[in-house]
Design a protein around this ligand. Structure first.
Ligand code: SF4
Ligand code: SF4
Length: 128
């Protein structure tokens, strides 16, 4: 299992209607980060404040200059959904997450344990 290389695939895939935020997250944004809550509508993220429509691309995803790497403009305030990723080896394989190595696919149970340790500060351990 490699460290995240910021390829941006997960943000690209899930931002288009695949992410959710809790009522308490939204409330915190409303009070402390109105620039983020601008992109929330009826509890849904990320919605264009101009058109009122679901955005195809996350408005906070930023490509690093002259690189194929991405950063998050709201990294410390991003939704828990984003903080929890990646959750499972199956999900990573489906998403072609670049943290995965050949040996992780050969032994997904062990890889899941490794991933759970890597994610220990972000989410509870996941088991199939
Ligand atoms: S909020 Fe940040 S971490 Fe979440 S999808 Fe957008 S760029 Fe990625
Ligand atoms: S798909 Fe995997 S390697 Fe790429 S940014 Fe997301 S977590 Fe990192």
């Amino acid at each position: 299992m490699k460290d995240c290389n910021q390829c941006g695939k997960c943000c690209t895939k899930y931002a288009n209607g695949g992410l959710s935020a809790t009522a308490s997250e939204i409330e915190l944004w409303e009070v402390f980060k109105p620039e983020i809550s601008n992109y929330v509508d009826s509890g849904n993220i990320w919605i264009s404040p101009v058109t009122g429509k679901l955005l195809e691309r996350c408005p906070w995803l930023r490509q690093m200059p002259n690189q194929n790497k991405y950063t998050c403009d709201i990294y410390y305030d991003r939704p828990d959904d984003c903080k929890s990723y990646p959750v499972s080896i199956k999900q990573m394989a489906e998403d072609e997450c670049e943290m995965l190595e050949v040996q992780d696919l050969a032994n997904p149970k062990k890889a899941q344990q490794t991933l759970n340790v890597m994610m220990i500060d972000s989410r509870p351990a996941y088991e199939e």
